[in-house]
Design a protein around this ligand. Structure first.
Ligand SMILES: *Cc1c(COP(=O)(O)O)cnc(C)c1O
Length: 465
Protein backbone atom coordinates (compact mmCIF):
# COMPACT_ATOMS: atom_id res chain seq x y z
CA UNK A 1 0.00 0.00 0.00
CA UNK A 2 1.28 3.44 -0.95
CA UNK A 3 0.49 6.68 0.88
CA UNK A 4 -0.19 10.08 -0.61
CA UNK A 5 -0.76 13.58 0.69
CA UNK A 6 -4.20 15.18 0.94
CA UNK A 7 -2.62 18.17 -0.84
CA UNK A 8 -1.28 16.12 -3.74
CA UNK A 9 2.14 17.75 -3.93
CA UNK A 10 4.22 14.99 -2.36
CA UNK A 11 5.43 11.82 -4.10
CA UNK A 12 3.69 8.74 -2.82
CA UNK A 13 5.56 6.79 -0.16
CA UNK A 14 5.50 3.50 1.73
CA UNK A 15 3.72 2.89 5.02
CA UNK A 16 7.04 2.93 6.87
CA UNK A 17 8.01 6.31 5.45
CA UNK A 18 4.54 7.68 6.13
CA UNK A 19 4.77 6.54 9.75
CA UNK A 20 8.20 8.09 10.26
CA UNK A 21 7.27 11.33 8.48
CA UNK A 22 4.05 12.23 10.30
CA UNK A 23 3.08 15.33 8.31
CA UNK A 24 3.61 15.27 4.51
CA UNK A 25 6.31 17.65 3.19
CA UNK A 26 3.64 19.71 1.35
CA UNK A 27 1.87 20.34 4.67
CA UNK A 28 -0.92 17.84 4.00
CA UNK A 29 -1.81 14.63 5.82
CA UNK A 30 -0.86 11.18 4.55
CA UNK A 31 -3.64 8.85 3.45
CA UNK A 32 -3.62 5.35 1.98
CA UNK A 33 -4.01 5.19 -1.80
CA UNK A 34 -6.99 2.86 -1.33
CA UNK A 35 -9.12 1.60 1.56
CA UNK A 36 -9.19 -2.20 1.63
CA UNK A 37 -12.65 -3.73 1.54
CA UNK A 38 -12.91 -6.51 4.13
CA UNK A 39 -16.68 -6.90 4.24
CA UNK A 40 -16.54 -10.55 3.22
CA UNK A 41 -14.09 -11.36 6.05
CA UNK A 42 -15.83 -9.62 8.95
CA UNK A 43 -18.04 -12.50 10.03
CA UNK A 44 -14.99 -14.79 10.33
CA UNK A 45 -13.14 -12.15 12.29
CA UNK A 46 -15.73 -11.87 15.06
CA UNK A 47 -13.95 -14.62 17.01
CA UNK A 48 -10.42 -13.26 16.74
CA UNK A 49 -8.61 -11.89 19.78
CA UNK A 50 -7.87 -8.18 19.73
CA UNK A 51 -4.25 -8.73 18.71
CA UNK A 52 -5.20 -11.24 16.01
CA UNK A 53 -7.67 -8.78 14.53
CA UNK A 54 -5.10 -5.96 14.69
CA UNK A 55 -2.75 -8.16 12.69
CA UNK A 56 -5.41 -8.82 10.02
CA UNK A 57 -6.18 -5.10 9.72
CA UNK A 58 -2.60 -3.81 9.78
CA UNK A 59 -1.24 -6.28 7.25
CA UNK A 60 -3.54 -4.72 4.65
CA UNK A 61 -2.04 -1.28 5.23
CA UNK A 62 1.64 -1.90 5.93
CA UNK A 63 4.85 -2.95 4.21
CA UNK A 64 6.09 -4.79 7.31
CA UNK A 65 6.61 -8.53 6.90
CA UNK A 66 3.88 -10.65 8.43
CA UNK A 67 6.25 -12.40 10.82
CA UNK A 68 7.52 -9.09 12.18
CA UNK A 69 4.06 -7.58 12.32
CA UNK A 70 2.77 -10.47 14.42
CA UNK A 71 5.44 -9.80 17.00
CA UNK A 72 4.87 -6.05 17.06
CA UNK A 73 1.16 -6.50 17.58
CA UNK A 74 1.64 -9.04 20.36
CA UNK A 75 4.07 -6.79 22.18
CA UNK A 76 1.92 -3.67 21.76
CA UNK A 77 -1.16 -5.18 23.37
CA UNK A 78 0.66 -7.22 26.02
CA UNK A 79 0.95 -4.05 28.12
CA UNK A 80 -2.82 -3.81 28.62
CA UNK A 81 -4.34 -4.56 32.00
CA UNK A 82 -7.47 -6.27 30.71
CA UNK A 83 -7.34 -9.63 28.96
CA UNK A 84 -9.81 -8.48 26.29
CA UNK A 85 -7.78 -5.25 25.68
CA UNK A 86 -10.93 -3.25 24.85
CA UNK A 87 -13.95 -4.85 26.55
CA UNK A 88 -17.44 -3.76 25.56
CA UNK A 89 -19.84 -3.69 28.52
CA UNK A 90 -23.59 -3.27 28.57
CA UNK A 91 -24.70 -0.22 30.56
CA UNK A 92 -28.50 0.14 30.37
CA UNK A 93 -29.59 0.05 26.73
CA UNK A 94 -26.19 0.93 25.31
CA UNK A 95 -22.72 -0.57 25.16
CA UNK A 96 -19.69 1.17 26.59
CA UNK A 97 -16.46 0.32 24.77
CA UNK A 98 -13.70 0.68 27.39
CA UNK A 99 -10.58 2.01 25.69
CA UNK A 100 -8.82 2.85 28.95
CA UNK A 101 -7.07 -0.36 30.01
CA UNK A 102 -3.65 0.65 28.70
CA UNK A 103 -0.78 1.84 30.92
CA UNK A 104 -1.97 5.47 31.15
CA UNK A 105 -5.69 4.68 31.43
CA UNK A 106 -6.79 6.70 28.39
CA UNK A 107 -7.59 5.74 24.83
CA UNK A 108 -4.37 7.21 23.39
CA UNK A 109 -2.61 4.03 24.56
CA UNK A 110 -4.61 2.00 22.02
CA UNK A 111 -2.55 3.57 19.22
CA UNK A 112 0.57 4.80 20.98
CA UNK A 113 1.59 1.35 22.21
CA UNK A 114 1.66 0.12 18.62
CA UNK A 115 3.30 3.28 17.25
CA UNK A 116 6.19 2.83 19.71
CA UNK A 117 6.67 -0.79 18.56
CA UNK A 118 6.63 0.36 14.94
CA UNK A 119 9.29 3.01 15.67
CA UNK A 120 11.57 0.60 17.50
CA UNK A 121 11.34 -2.03 14.77
CA UNK A 122 11.87 0.43 11.91
CA UNK A 123 14.78 2.25 13.55
CA UNK A 124 16.49 -1.06 14.27
CA UNK A 125 16.05 -2.13 10.66
CA UNK A 126 17.38 1.15 9.30
CA UNK A 127 20.03 1.51 11.99
CA UNK A 128 18.75 4.95 12.93
CA UNK A 129 17.87 6.89 16.06
CA UNK A 130 14.94 9.16 16.75
CA UNK A 131 14.43 11.98 19.24
CA UNK A 132 10.77 12.62 19.81
CA UNK A 133 9.87 16.18 20.73
CA UNK A 134 6.34 16.80 21.89
CA UNK A 135 4.16 19.13 23.85
CA UNK A 136 1.16 18.02 25.82
CA UNK A 137 -1.67 19.31 27.92
CA UNK A 138 -2.08 15.85 29.43
CA UNK A 139 -3.05 12.50 27.92
CA UNK A 140 -0.99 12.40 24.72
CA UNK A 141 2.31 13.06 26.47
CA UNK A 142 1.93 10.34 29.04
CA UNK A 143 0.77 7.80 26.45
CA UNK A 144 3.79 8.61 24.26
CA UNK A 145 6.20 8.38 27.21
CA UNK A 146 4.79 5.04 28.33
CA UNK A 147 5.00 3.77 24.76
CA UNK A 148 8.68 4.50 24.20
CA UNK A 149 10.15 4.24 27.70
CA UNK A 150 13.25 2.07 27.77
CA UNK A 151 13.53 1.80 23.96
CA UNK A 152 17.19 2.02 23.03
CA UNK A 153 16.98 3.94 19.75
CA UNK A 154 14.50 6.54 20.93
CA UNK A 155 14.68 9.49 23.30
CA UNK A 156 11.59 11.45 24.18
CA UNK A 157 11.48 15.11 25.21
CA UNK A 158 8.01 16.01 26.39
CA UNK A 159 7.10 19.58 27.31
CA UNK A 160 4.14 20.29 29.53
CA UNK A 161 3.01 23.62 30.99
CA UNK A 162 4.30 23.65 34.57
CA UNK A 163 1.43 23.42 37.08
CA UNK A 164 -1.26 23.52 34.39
CA UNK A 165 -1.90 19.85 33.76
CA UNK A 166 -3.83 17.92 36.40
CA UNK A 167 -1.53 16.65 39.19
CA UNK A 168 -2.25 13.05 38.15
CA UNK A 169 -1.40 13.74 34.52
CA UNK A 170 1.90 15.38 35.52
CA UNK A 171 2.79 12.44 37.78
CA UNK A 172 2.01 9.92 35.03
CA UNK A 173 4.81 11.56 33.05
CA UNK A 174 7.37 12.61 35.65
CA UNK A 175 7.30 9.27 37.50
CA UNK A 176 8.78 7.53 34.45
CA UNK A 177 12.48 7.38 35.28
CA UNK A 178 13.90 5.57 32.24
CA UNK A 179 17.09 7.17 30.89
CA UNK A 180 15.52 7.94 27.51
CA UNK A 181 12.67 10.00 28.98
CA UNK A 182 13.06 13.76 29.52
CA UNK A 183 10.19 15.66 31.08
CA UNK A 184 10.31 19.42 30.63
CA UNK A 185 8.02 21.50 32.82
CA UNK A 186 7.83 24.75 30.91
CA UNK A 187 6.97 27.91 32.85
CA UNK A 188 4.19 29.03 30.53
CA UNK A 189 0.98 27.87 28.90
CA UNK A 190 0.27 24.89 26.64
CA UNK A 191 0.21 27.33 23.72
CA UNK A 192 3.75 28.43 24.61
CA UNK A 193 4.86 24.78 24.50
CA UNK A 194 3.13 24.24 21.15
CA UNK A 195 4.69 27.36 19.76
CA UNK A 196 8.21 26.35 20.80
CA UNK A 197 7.72 22.88 19.36
CA UNK A 198 6.44 24.18 16.02
CA UNK A 199 9.26 26.64 15.64
CA UNK A 200 11.92 24.02 16.43
CA UNK A 201 10.39 21.68 13.86
CA UNK A 202 10.33 24.51 11.32
CA UNK A 203 14.12 24.88 11.68
CA UNK A 204 15.03 22.17 9.16
CA UNK A 205 18.73 22.14 10.02
CA UNK A 206 18.10 21.76 13.71
CA UNK A 207 15.46 19.11 13.08
CA UNK A 208 17.81 17.08 10.88
CA UNK A 209 20.88 17.52 13.07
CA UNK A 210 19.09 16.24 16.15
CA UNK A 211 16.86 13.76 14.31
CA UNK A 212 13.68 15.19 15.74
CA UNK A 213 10.40 13.39 15.21
CA UNK A 214 6.82 13.79 16.38
CA UNK A 215 4.07 11.51 17.66
CA UNK A 216 1.12 13.82 17.13
CA UNK A 217 -2.39 12.73 16.34
CA UNK A 218 -2.06 13.21 12.57
CA UNK A 219 0.37 10.30 12.31
CA UNK A 220 -1.29 7.70 10.08
CA UNK A 221 -0.09 4.80 12.25
CA UNK A 222 -2.20 6.12 15.11
CA UNK A 223 -5.34 6.44 13.00
CA UNK A 224 -4.83 2.96 11.56
CA UNK A 225 -4.38 1.40 15.00
CA UNK A 226 -7.69 2.89 16.12
CA UNK A 227 -9.67 1.20 13.32
CA UNK A 228 -9.29 -2.13 15.10
CA UNK A 229 -11.54 -1.47 18.08
CA UNK A 230 -14.42 -0.33 15.88
CA UNK A 231 -14.32 -3.62 13.99
CA UNK A 232 -13.71 -5.67 17.13
CA UNK A 233 -16.62 -4.19 19.10
CA UNK A 234 -18.90 -3.77 16.09
CA UNK A 235 -18.70 -7.41 15.04
CA UNK A 236 -19.16 -8.73 18.56
CA UNK A 237 -22.16 -6.56 19.32
CA UNK A 238 -23.79 -7.46 15.99
CA UNK A 239 -23.31 -11.13 16.74
CA UNK A 240 -24.59 -10.83 20.29
CA UNK A 241 -27.71 -8.85 19.35
CA UNK A 242 -28.41 -10.28 15.91
CA UNK A 243 -28.48 -6.71 14.53
CA UNK A 244 -27.23 -6.08 11.02
CA UNK A 245 -25.59 -2.75 11.82
CA UNK A 246 -24.26 -0.72 14.74
CA UNK A 247 -23.76 2.96 15.56
CA UNK A 248 -20.99 4.63 17.56
CA UNK A 249 -20.88 7.71 19.72
CA UNK A 250 -17.43 9.28 20.06
CA UNK A 251 -16.28 12.13 22.33
CA UNK A 252 -14.18 14.18 19.96
CA UNK A 253 -11.35 16.71 20.00
CA UNK A 254 -8.87 16.39 17.14
CA UNK A 255 -11.13 14.12 15.05
CA UNK A 256 -8.58 11.28 15.20
CA UNK A 257 -10.66 8.70 17.02
CA UNK A 258 -13.90 9.13 15.05
CA UNK A 259 -11.98 9.29 11.77
CA UNK A 260 -10.86 5.73 12.45
CA UNK A 261 -14.55 4.85 12.81
CA UNK A 262 -15.19 6.34 9.40
CA UNK A 263 -12.41 4.18 7.90
CA UNK A 264 -13.90 1.11 9.62
CA UNK A 265 -17.18 1.79 7.85
CA UNK A 266 -15.38 2.28 4.53
CA UNK A 267 -13.70 -1.09 5.06
CA UNK A 268 -17.11 -2.70 5.22
CA UNK A 269 -18.34 -2.58 8.82
CA UNK A 270 -22.08 -1.78 8.64
CA UNK A 271 -22.18 1.53 10.53
CA UNK A 272 -25.58 3.18 10.66
CA UNK A 273 -24.38 6.43 12.24
CA UNK A 274 -21.27 8.04 13.64
CA UNK A 275 -22.31 10.35 16.44
CA UNK A 276 -19.73 13.03 17.06
CA UNK A 277 -19.94 14.52 20.54
CA UNK A 278 -18.26 17.76 21.58
CA UNK A 279 -18.20 19.82 24.75
CA UNK A 280 -18.52 23.62 24.63
CA UNK A 281 -15.64 23.64 22.13
CA UNK A 282 -18.03 22.85 19.34
CA UNK A 283 -16.35 23.69 16.03
CA UNK A 284 -17.17 20.21 14.74
CA UNK A 285 -20.78 20.23 15.94
CA UNK A 286 -21.34 23.56 14.22
CA UNK A 287 -19.75 22.09 11.11
CA UNK A 288 -22.02 19.05 11.02
CA UNK A 289 -25.06 21.22 11.60
CA UNK A 290 -24.31 23.94 9.02
CA UNK A 291 -21.55 22.72 6.71
CA UNK A 292 -19.45 25.71 7.79
CA UNK A 293 -16.12 25.02 9.49
CA UNK A 294 -15.23 28.05 11.59
CA UNK A 295 -12.92 28.21 14.60
CA UNK A 296 -14.00 29.79 17.86
CA UNK A 297 -12.43 30.61 21.19
CA UNK A 298 -11.21 27.73 23.34
CA UNK A 299 -13.06 27.38 26.63
CA UNK A 300 -11.87 25.22 29.51
CA UNK A 301 -14.18 22.39 30.55
CA UNK A 302 -14.22 19.29 32.74
CA UNK A 303 -13.34 17.23 29.63
CA UNK A 304 -10.01 18.97 28.93
CA UNK A 305 -8.77 16.54 26.26
CA UNK A 306 -11.53 17.87 24.02
CA UNK A 307 -10.82 21.57 24.63
CA UNK A 308 -9.74 22.06 21.03
CA UNK A 309 -10.99 24.48 18.37
CA UNK A 310 -9.09 23.28 15.32
CA UNK A 311 -9.33 19.55 14.65
CA UNK A 312 -5.95 18.50 13.28
CA UNK A 313 -7.24 15.35 11.54
CA UNK A 314 -10.09 17.13 9.79
CA UNK A 315 -8.12 17.50 6.56
CA UNK A 316 -8.30 13.76 5.86
CA UNK A 317 -12.08 13.91 6.06
CA UNK A 318 -12.11 17.05 3.93
CA UNK A 319 -10.27 15.11 1.23
CA UNK A 320 -13.13 12.58 1.28
CA UNK A 321 -15.86 15.23 1.20
CA UNK A 322 -14.16 16.92 -1.75
CA UNK A 323 -13.97 13.56 -3.59
CA UNK A 324 -10.19 13.45 -3.54
CA UNK A 325 -9.75 16.80 -5.30
CA UNK A 326 -6.39 17.87 -3.80
CA UNK A 327 -6.50 21.35 -5.30
CA UNK A 328 -9.88 21.93 -3.62
CA UNK A 329 -8.38 20.69 -0.30
CA UNK A 330 -5.51 23.17 -0.64
CA UNK A 331 -7.95 25.99 -1.40
CA UNK A 332 -10.20 25.10 1.55
CA UNK A 333 -7.28 24.88 4.00
CA UNK A 334 -5.89 28.14 2.69
CA UNK A 335 -9.27 29.87 3.13
CA UNK A 336 -9.44 28.51 6.66
CA UNK A 337 -5.93 29.72 7.46
CA UNK A 338 -6.60 33.18 6.08
CA UNK A 339 -10.10 33.79 7.46
CA UNK A 340 -10.67 31.18 10.17
CA UNK A 341 -13.63 29.89 8.19
CA UNK A 342 -14.47 27.66 5.24
CA UNK A 343 -17.93 27.06 3.75
CA UNK A 344 -18.53 23.43 2.80
CA UNK A 345 -22.29 23.56 2.86
CA UNK A 346 -22.33 22.45 -0.78
CA UNK A 347 -21.06 19.03 0.37
CA UNK A 348 -23.86 18.33 2.82
CA UNK A 349 -25.48 15.73 0.58
CA UNK A 350 -22.22 13.72 0.40
CA UNK A 351 -22.69 10.20 1.85
CA UNK A 352 -19.67 10.77 4.10
CA UNK A 353 -21.37 13.85 5.54
CA UNK A 354 -24.72 12.08 5.94
CA UNK A 355 -23.12 9.29 7.98
CA UNK A 356 -22.34 11.74 10.79
CA UNK A 357 -24.61 13.37 13.34
CA UNK A 358 -23.30 15.72 15.98
CA UNK A 359 -24.27 17.26 19.28
CA UNK A 360 -22.71 19.74 21.70
CA UNK A 361 -23.01 18.69 25.33
CA UNK A 362 -22.36 21.41 27.89
CA UNK A 363 -20.90 20.96 31.35
CA UNK A 364 -24.25 20.84 33.15
CA UNK A 365 -25.46 18.01 30.90
CA UNK A 366 -22.15 16.19 31.24
CA UNK A 367 -22.53 16.26 35.02
CA UNK A 368 -26.17 15.17 34.94
CA UNK A 369 -25.26 12.29 32.61
CA UNK A 370 -22.56 11.09 35.04
CA UNK A 371 -25.15 11.29 37.83
CA UNK A 372 -27.92 9.50 35.94
CA UNK A 373 -25.77 6.63 34.68
CA UNK A 374 -24.29 6.13 38.13
CA UNK A 375 -27.72 6.24 39.80
CA UNK A 376 -29.40 3.91 37.31
CA UNK A 377 -26.60 1.44 36.60
CA UNK A 378 -23.86 1.92 39.21
CA UNK A 379 -21.39 2.66 36.41
CA UNK A 380 -19.05 5.66 36.61
CA UNK A 381 -18.36 7.52 33.35
CA UNK A 382 -15.38 9.84 33.04
CA UNK A 383 -16.38 13.35 31.85
CA UNK A 384 -15.22 12.76 28.24
CA UNK A 385 -17.16 9.53 27.98
CA UNK A 386 -20.20 11.21 29.53
CA UNK A 387 -20.23 13.79 26.72
CA UNK A 388 -20.37 10.92 24.24
CA UNK A 389 -23.08 9.03 26.12
CA UNK A 390 -25.28 12.16 26.34
CA UNK A 391 -24.98 12.83 22.61
CA UNK A 392 -25.48 9.14 21.78
CA UNK A 393 -28.66 8.90 23.84
CA UNK A 394 -30.11 11.92 22.02
CA UNK A 395 -29.10 11.20 18.44
CA UNK A 396 -29.16 7.41 18.22
CA UNK A 397 -31.08 5.76 15.43
CA UNK A 398 -33.84 3.53 16.87
CA UNK A 399 -33.47 -0.27 16.81
CA UNK A 400 -29.72 -0.15 16.17
CA UNK A 401 -27.26 -1.06 18.97
CA UNK A 402 -25.36 1.99 20.24
CA UNK A 403 -21.69 1.67 21.21
CA UNK A 404 -20.33 4.61 23.24
CA UNK A 405 -16.56 4.92 23.25
CA UNK A 406 -15.12 5.36 26.76
CA UNK A 407 -11.90 7.31 26.33
CA UNK A 408 -10.58 7.60 29.88
CA UNK A 409 -10.84 5.85 33.24
CA UNK A 410 -12.84 8.00 35.69
CA UNK A 411 -10.02 7.88 38.25
CA UNK A 412 -8.03 10.23 35.99
CA UNK A 413 -10.60 12.98 36.59
CA UNK A 414 -11.44 12.70 40.27
CA UNK A 415 -12.41 16.33 40.87
CA UNK A 416 -15.21 16.30 38.31
CA UNK A 417 -16.51 12.91 39.48
CA UNK A 418 -16.42 13.87 43.17
CA UNK A 419 -18.40 17.00 42.42
CA UNK A 420 -20.95 15.06 40.38
CA UNK A 421 -21.61 12.03 42.58
CA UNK A 422 -19.59 12.51 45.79
CA UNK A 423 -17.41 9.48 45.08
CA UNK A 424 -13.68 9.49 44.41
CA UNK A 425 -12.93 6.73 41.89
CA UNK A 426 -9.54 5.07 42.29
CA UNK A 427 -7.21 2.86 40.30
CA UNK A 428 -4.19 0.98 41.72
CA UNK A 429 -1.89 2.42 39.03
CA UNK A 430 -2.78 5.96 40.04
CA UNK A 431 -2.69 5.21 43.78
CA UNK A 432 0.89 4.01 43.39
CA UNK A 433 1.91 7.36 41.89
CA UNK A 434 1.34 9.23 45.15
CA UNK A 435 4.72 8.23 46.62
CA UNK A 436 6.58 7.54 43.40
CA UNK A 437 9.92 9.29 42.85
CA UNK A 438 9.82 11.77 39.96
CA UNK A 439 12.23 13.44 37.56
CA UNK A 440 11.55 16.63 35.66
CA UNK A 441 13.49 19.71 34.54
CA UNK A 442 11.92 23.12 34.86
CA UNK A 443 12.68 25.49 32.00
CA UNK A 444 11.60 28.99 30.99
CA UNK A 445 9.09 29.29 28.14
CA UNK A 446 11.51 30.47 25.50
CA UNK A 447 12.75 28.67 22.45
CA UNK A 448 16.43 29.37 23.09
CA UNK A 449 16.34 27.56 26.44
CA UNK A 450 14.66 24.47 25.00
CA UNK A 451 17.07 24.51 22.06
CA UNK A 452 20.05 24.64 24.44
CA UNK A 453 18.60 21.88 26.57
CA UNK A 454 18.20 19.54 23.59
CA UNK A 455 21.67 20.30 22.27
CA UNK A 456 23.16 19.60 25.66
CA UNK A 457 21.41 16.25 26.10
CA UNK A 458 21.94 14.99 22.55
CA UNK A 459 25.02 14.12 20.64
CA UNK A 460 24.31 14.86 16.96
CA UNK A 461 24.17 11.73 14.84
CA UNK A 462 26.72 11.18 12.15
CA UNK A 463 25.36 8.10 10.50
CA UNK A 464 25.70 8.14 6.71
CA UNK A 465 22.30 8.66 5.08
C1 LIG B 1 -7.55 12.67 23.14
C2 LIG B 1 -8.80 12.40 23.89
C3 LIG B 1 -10.07 12.61 23.31
C4 LIG B 1 -10.25 13.18 21.91
O1 LIG B 1 -9.82 12.32 20.91
P1 LIG B 1 -9.56 12.87 19.41
O2 LIG B 1 -8.92 11.75 18.68
O3 LIG B 1 -8.65 14.06 19.58
O4 LIG B 1 -10.88 13.26 18.85
C5 LIG B 1 -11.19 12.29 24.05
N1 LIG B 1 -11.08 11.82 25.32
C6 LIG B 1 -9.89 11.61 25.92
C7 LIG B 1 -9.85 11.13 27.31
C8 LIG B 1 -8.70 11.89 25.22
O5 LIG B 1 -7.52 11.69 25.82
Amino acid sequence: MQYQSTRGQTDSMTFTDAGLTGLAPDGGLLIPAAIPDVSDRLADWADLSYAELAFEVFKRFTDISEAALLELVDRAYATFLHSEIAPCVKVGDRYVLELFHGPTLAFKDMAMQFLAQFFEYTLEKRDQHLNILGSTSGDTGSAAIHGVRGKSRINIFMMHPDGRTSPIQALQMTSVLDDNVYNLAVKGTFDDCQHIMKSLFADRDFKAKYRLGAVNSVNWVRVMAQIVYYLHAGMRVMRETGADSVQFSVPTGNFGNILAGYYASRMGLPVKKLILATNENDILTRFFQSGIYESGKVSHTISPSMDIQVASNFERYLHVLLDGDCAAVVAAMEAFRATGKVDLSGQRSHPAFQLFASERVDTARTVSTIQAVHRDHGYILDPHTAVGVAAGDTLRAPEVPLICLATAHPAKFTDAIREAIGIVPTHPILDALADAPTRCDKLPADEASIRRYLAEKLQPEHSPC
